[in-house]
Design a protein around this ligand. Structure first.
Ligand code: ADE
Length: 250
């Protein structure tokens, strides 16, 4: 099995890139694809960059050029559900594009001509990802980030959960926008900018995908600052720890 591993922000793939025993690389279409073994797993690793188009371009290449059998997207997200906190890990069970709106031709959120507004994730993959996320929080996180730093980041008692992740080409930081997403999609756990695009690419190629997000901010007026601090101080450790634990289960 060959796993395509993606992140949107350089820090999200930084330690994975360091740990990859790279056998080669391709630089094409403004992206670097590195091949090799990561924690014993054959992978193609790339920095996709932010947004649905960037993610879709990169995921498509992973599938069509490099023959990935699974695409794994790791990175951060903003909380949408009130019971989701900074530092929690959300494994997507379903993904939607919250900015898809082709009304009156199709119902709001429906992907035109796919007859559906949600992409679902294989239950066995969700289970493995939750196990990896829980293991990371309990055993590795306290070693990666000191208790003083965890406190200053607001990582009081992080948890792993699964649920709906919504994606769109906006960084959500206006409380009114957040409230609108929550009102329209009350089961959404968190919001990001790539996952549902990767899920669509994978669904249309009939290849499984897995999206695992750590909550960096509350998608509110403080989101910009919280995001930057979390990316700088924590995101790289979460990505490495989750992926390492997940691959040990494959
Ligand atoms: N990724 C991390 N935080 C986010 C936010 N608030 N909106 C969109 N994507 C995000």
């Amino acid at each position: 099995m060959k796993v395509g591993v993606l992140g949107a922000v350089p820090e999200e793939v930084e330690l994975l890139n360091q740990d990859l025993a790279a056998a080669g690389k391709d630089i094409v279409g403004n992206r670097t694809y590195r091949f090799g073994r990561l924690y014993g797993q054959e992978v193609i690793l790339a920095h996709a960059r932010m947004g649905k188009v960037a993610a879709a371009i990169t995921a498509t290449r992973l599938l069509e050029t490099y023959g990935a059998d699974l695409v794994l997207f790791v990175g951060v997200a903003g909380a949408v559900a009130p019971d989701v906190s900074i530092g929690d890990i959300v494994v997507a069970s379903e993904l939607m594009q919250h900015d898809m709106d082709a009304r009156p031709l199709f119902p709001q959120y429906e992907i035109p001509l796919l007859d559906s507004d949600r992409f679902t994730v294989d239950p066995d993959l969700i289970e493995g990802a939750l196990e990896a996320a829980q293991g990371y929080i309990q055993e590795d996180l306290p070693r990666d980030i000191s208790s003083a730093q965890r406190e200053s980041l607001g990582l009081t008692s992080p948890k792993a959960l699964s649920g709906l992740i919504v994606s769109g080409d906006q960084f959500i930081h206006d409380p009114r926008h957040l409230a609108e997403i929550h009102r329209h999609l009350p089961d959404a756990k968190c919001v990001e900018m790539e996952g549902a695009a990767v899920a669509q690419v994978c669904a249309e190629h009939q290849i499984p995908c897995l999206v695992i997000r750590t909550v960096s901010d509350r998608a509110d007026g403080k989101a910009g600052k919280d995001f930057s601090v979390f990316i700088e101080q924590a995101a790289r450790y979460y990505s490495r720890g989750i992926v390492r634990r997940l691959f040990s289960l494959f």
